[in-house]
Design a protein around this ligand. Sequence first.
Ligand SMILES: [Zn+2]
Length: 142
Amino acid sequence: MESKKRVAVGEGLLTGPLEQFEEVRLVGTRCHDCGEVMFGTYHSCANCASEEVEQIPLSREGTLWSYTIINHCPPEPYKGPKNPFIPFGEGLVEVPEGVRVVSILDCPLEEIKIGMKLELEPYVLYENEAGEEVVAWKFKAK
Ligand SMILES: [Zn+2]
């Protein structure tokens, strides 16, 4: 069976071959002038406006900084299970580079704890109209 083409859920957010989930990393932008690191791809620094920035792969491991439980089905563009909707945790995951990334938490709700160690888990969120698999990320307990 021929495998489907994969695309990232957002431009400049993921790097690495999307066919190999263990190689996929989140993308950060680091400023050479002030050291600020941001999540995603930018061409200038949000802190000091310098254009001396570079893209870096972020660590696949992080720590849960804060979270909430989503108990009601979010509106579009939510692509997760709807019928039935399954409540899930959504958190801010701090990676060693100093960035906090918003992410779904792939673990039982009663096991979610601030400070827990987490690991990046890329996954196919849905198939788009072009027949491509859209890759997003969540974090799971390490
Ligand atoms: Zn800067």
